[in-house]
Design a binder for this molecule. Structure first.
Ligand code: SF4
Length: 56
């Protein structure tokens, strides 16, 4: 399953440039397009708020 950005997101933008498939989009909280995400986990590693978790 695709990774998910939870409401712990503070919209800092750290994850945006690390996604190799550009699945992440900006917003009040950021969002991952589940159809584009390849589940690499790169965004979860860099998130300073630990807001990104594997989907279920
Ligand atoms: Fe992009 Fe990888 Fe995060 Fe999926 S897990 S949104 S592919 S950085």
């Amino acid at each position: 399953m695709a990774y998910v950005i939870t409401d712990k997101c503070v919209a800092c933008g750290t994850c945006l440039p690390v996604c190799p498939v550009e699945a992440i989009s900006e917003g009040d909280i950021y969002h991952i397009d589940p159809d584009t995400c390849i589940e690499c986990g790169s965004c979860a590693e860099v998130c300073p708020s630990e807001a990104i978790i594997p989907g279920e």
